[in-house]
Design a protein around this ligand. Structure first.
Ligand SMILES: [Zn+2]
Ligand SMILES: [Zn+2]
Length: 334
């Protein structure tokens, strides 16, 4: 099969690879579409010790079953593969399973990813493509589940309803935009501010989202103002922005993984009883809920997605790396 292989730091080659083998309890998917995620970019930059070259990246995948049960069925994949037997798995917190692995990773266990013509995956990770969701758009289900999980973690902790709260979203990448869309269109939150340094990207996101868009250095980002802040970037500077702008008693949802440590105002966190919640991935239920949200078109048209052919995947990665890409999401079509 053809695949886009990550061979070295900032290097991807479209080449011939071995087809995946069919294993017990699994199916082989003929991939139709595969999204480029921030974590794929992280690997591309050589910063991910779970994704070591040579490796086929990609975990946001839709396609058609070509071997296994239900051949010919159109599907979308939940790439988070878990043991199913530990306490986390049994209590619907599969995303915390100590044995979890994601498609497109090779440490501790190898799972080649979706930037290829074929990919293998356990049957329990396969979901039928919702009727109203286009095959090429379906990879968005995965980051959308990440955003839904983050928004609902915050919602559960808030002392007021989301629709009445002031929300700040830092970053207008895919997760930032999706958090904004869920806050606005699903949770009916009326006061949303989104912060993004890239002018074009900020403008683009505001076409789809009812929010105020601001640059990170804007004087209009009020201190001690927001009930809930989503840091979808995870830099020291964005965490500092989050802690400055959060209200006493407010909630910071930390999703970004860019910079693992740095200064943070623990004094305000303590004196103002700020709740700081780290969040990662989503549960199986979040994934199912997301498919429903997308099927019902609850977050609106997905016209902000851009498409490229898998063959041109290397240049798509470069475009994102160079900051030349306005769209928060590129999906590769196979
Ligand atoms: Zn992803
Ligand atoms: Zn488990």
């Amino acid at each position: 099969m053809h695949a886009l292989v990550y061979t070295d730091t900032k290097k991807l080659i479209y080449r011939e690879e071995k087809n995946p083998k069919l294993l017990n309890g699994e199916s082989i998917i003929k991939v139709s579409a595969s999204g480029i995620c921030g974590s794929d970019m992280h690997a591309y930059h050589g910063h991910d010790n779970r994704r070591i070259p040579p490796l086929i990246l990609g975990h946001e995948v839709s396609g058609v079953i070509s071997k296994g049960k239900d051949i010919g069925k159109k599907v979308v994949l939940n790439p988070l593969i878990t043991c199913g037997t530990c306490n986390y798995c049994k209590k619907e917190k599969e995303h915390l399973c100590p044995k979890r692995i994601i498609l497109g990773m090779n440490r501790p266990i190898e799972r080649q990813g979706g930037f290829a013509e074929y990919v293998s995956i356990p049957d329990k990770n396969i979901y039928e493509l919702p009727k109203n969701l286009k095959m090429q758009e379906a990879p968005i289900a995965e980051p959308c589940a990440v955003a839904l999980h983050a928004v609902e973690l915050g919602e559960n902790e808030l002392s007021l309803q989301l629709k009445d709260s002031k929300a700040l979203v830092i970053g207008a990448g895919a997760i930032g935009l999706l958090c904004g869309l869920i806050l606005s269109k699903v949770k009916k939150c009326k006061e949303i501010v989104i912060i993004e340094p890239n002018d074009n990207r900020l403008k683009e996101s505001l076409k789809y989202l009812d929010a105020d868009g601001l640059k990170p250095n804007s004087k209009n980002i009020h201190r001690d103002h927001f009930d809930i802040v989503f840091d979808t970037v995870g830099l020291e500077v964005t965490r500092q922005q989050a802690i400055q702008s959060i209200k006493p008693g407010g909630i910071i949802i930390h999703i970004g993984l860019t910079q693992p440590s740095g200064n943070f105002d623990f004094r305000k966190t303590t004196l103002q009883e700020i709740t700081f919640i780290g969040t990662y991935c989503y549960t199986n239920r979040d994934f199912e809920k997301t498919l429903n949200i997308l099927n019902n078109k609850e977050i609106g048209a997905l016209e902000w997605i851009e498409y490229r052919n898998l063959k041109e995947g290397a240049s798509a990665f470069k475009e994102i790396h160079d900051g030349k890409c306005t769209s928060p999401k590129i999906i590769l079509l196979i």
